[in-house]
Design a protein around this ligand. Structure first.
Ligand SMILES: NC(=O)C1=CN([C@@H]2O[C@H](COP(=O)(O)OP(=O)(O)OC[C@H]3O[C@@H](n4cnc5c(N)ncnc54)[C@H](OP(=O)(O)O)[C@@H]3O)[C@@H](O)[C@H]2O)C=CC1
Ligand SMILES: CC(=O)N[C@@H](CCC(=O)OP(=O)(O)O)C(=O)O
Length: 311
């Protein structure tokens, strides 16, 4: 059976990468709107109600508007790549490794996780669930993204301002990813978040430094690595590096190829000095790859079908 998919926002950074992962797959037929009609409300409404699955790759307000255009009787299932519904009732958080593959497979409305929260939650949620780290601790998150993380607007800015080596942002606080990080890790406080952009097209490093005795915990860095490795055992997408880490310290490269995996690391030599780190492609497991993973599960297909993973 062929599933008809409409990508609303298919001309944008995330949308184009989803098109690239689906266009040669016979299980899917892509409903397309040409350039003249891609922002036309009537044309979008028709496509949103005609398709089997709508994938929204839009700014938050446009994503909310798209959901409102869908007649519940149409049977259209939705994957929303925006941050509009990530803590909303009635939506399944599209992180199959954390919420369960069955929950995503059976969902009508799936909210695709944010790029930074994907790294943060992959590290923190399993350790919180295991009781190895605290729920009531004020976590900090230091993170670096490639420019595509900010969509076309940021890609254009870096193209214009050739001298940017490191752009810190979110300096006033209140980043849109905080509620999602807090909610899905089950934390008492939103983390303190320090994001930055570097002049690479894609790629993301998310770090969570920990002082375990200060939070009343005593696990060794090795024990954290073992807990993460057990949690993700059998995942074809999430890999946990060995401890102690003996690989290269070059965690991101400037011209990385698209990649839908997620690699987790535990660094540090004692419980008072642990650095958890996640490396991913903001457009892969951080956006388009995750959307395709959820789409596969919703259609009863292998979760890695069409994903960019090393063979
Ligand atoms: N880039 C990333 O790494 C990630 C992005 N996301 C999320 O994905 C969503 C899309 O982001 P991204 O692809 O980066 O952004 P882009 O700006 O690159 O793309 C957004 C697309 O949506 C189109 N669009 C805007 N408003 C409307 C509308 N009313 N109707 C139809 N199309 C519209 C834009 O068209 P036009 O340019 O003509 O305005 C553009 O083609 C955002 O919500 C973002 O938060 C999630 C995770 C990671
Ligand atoms: C580099 C950069 O600007 N990144 C964006 C996050 C990516 C995004 O907009 O999408 P998601 O919220 O869906 O992950 C930001 O910090 O707002």
């Amino acid at each position: 059976m062929t599933t008809t998919v409409f990508i609303d926002g298919a001309a944008g950074t995330t949308g184009l990468e989803i098109v690239g992962r689906l266009q040669d797959r016979p299980e899917f037929a892509l409903l397309r709107l040409d350039d003249a009609r891609r922002k036309d409300s009537a044309a979008r409404r028709e496509a949103l109600n005609e398709c089997d699955v709508a994938i929204l790759c839009l700014p938050d307000d446009a994503a909310r508007e798209a959901v409102a255009m869908i007649d519940p009787a149409s049977g259209t299932r939705v994957i929303d790549a925006s941050s509009a519904h990530r803590t909303a009732g009635g939506w399944t958080y599209g992180f199959p490794e954390l919420v369960g593959r069955k929950a995503v497979a059976g969902a009508e409305r799936v909210s695709n996780p944010g790029c930074y929260p994907t790294g943060f939650l992959a590290l923190v949620a399993p350790l919180v669930r295991a009781g190895l780290i605290a729920t009531d601790w004020p976590y900090t998150v230091n993170a670096i993204s490639g420019v595509s993380g900010g969509g076309n607007a940021l890609i254009d800015r870096f193209a214009r301002e050739a001298d940017i080596a490191f752009r810190a942002y979110g300096l006033a606080g209140g980043h849109k990813h905080l509620p999602e990080m807090q909610r899905h890790a089950g934390l008492a406080h939103a983390p303190v978040f320090a994001p930055a952009v570097v002049p690479a097209y894609r790629g993301m490093l998310v770090e969570v430094p920990l002082n375990l005795p200060a939070m009343g915990r005593s696990a060794s860095p090795q024990a954290l690595q073992t807990a993460l490795a057990e949690f993700y055992a059998g995942s074809p997408i999430v890999r946990v590096a060995g401890y102690p880490f003996e690989g290269s310290e070059i965690l991101l490269s400037r011209d990385a190829a698209p990649w839908d995996g997620l690699e987790l690391f535990v660094f540090g030599d004692k419980p008072s000095h642990v650095r958890l780190a996640a490396v991913l492609d903001n457009l892969g497991k951080g956006a388009s790859g995750a959307a395709v993973q959820s789409l596969n599960l919703m259609c009863g297909l292998a979760e890695t079908a069409g994903l960019r993973l090393p063979t």
